[in-house]
Design a protein around this ligand. Sequence first.
Ligand code: NAP
Length: 287
Amino acid sequence: MGFGINRSEIFTRKGLSPTVKFPRILGIECVGVIEQTTEPKRLPKGQKVISIMGEMGRAFDGSYAEYVLLPNDQIYPVETRLDWKTLATIPETYYTAYGSLLNLHIHSGESILVRGGSSGVGVAFMKLARALFPGVRITGTTRRAPKADRLIAAGYDDVVFDQQGQLKTELKFDKVFELIGPATIKDSFKHTNPGGIVCSTGELGNKWHLEKFDPIMDIAPNGYLTSFYSGNVSRQKLNGVLRLIEEQDIPVKPVKVFRLDQLPSAHRYLESHDSFGKVIVLNQADD
Ligand SMILES: NC(=O)c1ccc[n+]([C@@H]2O[C@H](COP(=O)([O-])OP(=O)(O)OC[C@H]3O[C@@H](n4cnc5c(N)ncnc54)[C@H](OP(=O)(O)O)[C@@H]3O)[C@@H](O)[C@H]2O)c1
């Protein structure tokens, strides 16, 4: 029925994923129903399912299509009342945000910084954190002043500007959700309270490895550095985040919905300065 667009797919399209051989249909996630099956008991025809990662759209053809052929063990049946638009917004983005949130061990009343606040994963994280921990104060970063109002409208309490890898604030935070990644981790720790945690989940800064990083000096005093990888799929966590969204009525809304024949525009939008939140594609406009 549909799928989210991910930054990693833009990288792959540009030929920057060394293990991916072209031609290849992209797409690392999808939601839909079973059309043909070799496991009718667990995956009967018509069953609503989700799939993410597992080399879909990388080693074999992925979800940018009407139908996708997947190994059974990476197809997850779901029972949900959520509509297709909402469901298509969730898998990779909300799963990643949820896993990172758990790894940050957040407590009510803490201050949280989302570095890369306007990204799909960043907005998802903010919404989940807000629903789970009502007392928290959540600040989002952006490099672009015109996006500040949109961050507040989306639900952030405050905005901090991120310029040339430096946060333009003297503030420190209890927890930092780091989506720019190795390019800014060192700076993030300068803004982390003693005992705080930085969860480095993204690589928007286009750096994949830490360089000139001295763990003894650069991690905040008594602090922690952690991460989350969506390729380690736990059915429990996947269903956990779906349940959470449904039960708490979390406002999961894509920022833009494209049709399958508008895929190039979807990529162009995500690459533009205007990009904000999650972009999805539905196979039919009336889904
Ligand atoms: N660990 C995992 O398993 C996992 C899973 C999913 C995603 N991720 C990663 O999480 C990150 C977010 O993914 P997404 O799909 O949510 O991203 P996205 O929506 O495409 O993010 C777009 C935002 O990124 C910011 N941005 C773009 N280029 C940047 C740069 N060079 N430096 C700093 N900021 C930049 C822009 O914010 P402003 O214009 O507002 O500054 C833009 O609005 C990506 O790095 C992705 O690869 C990791």
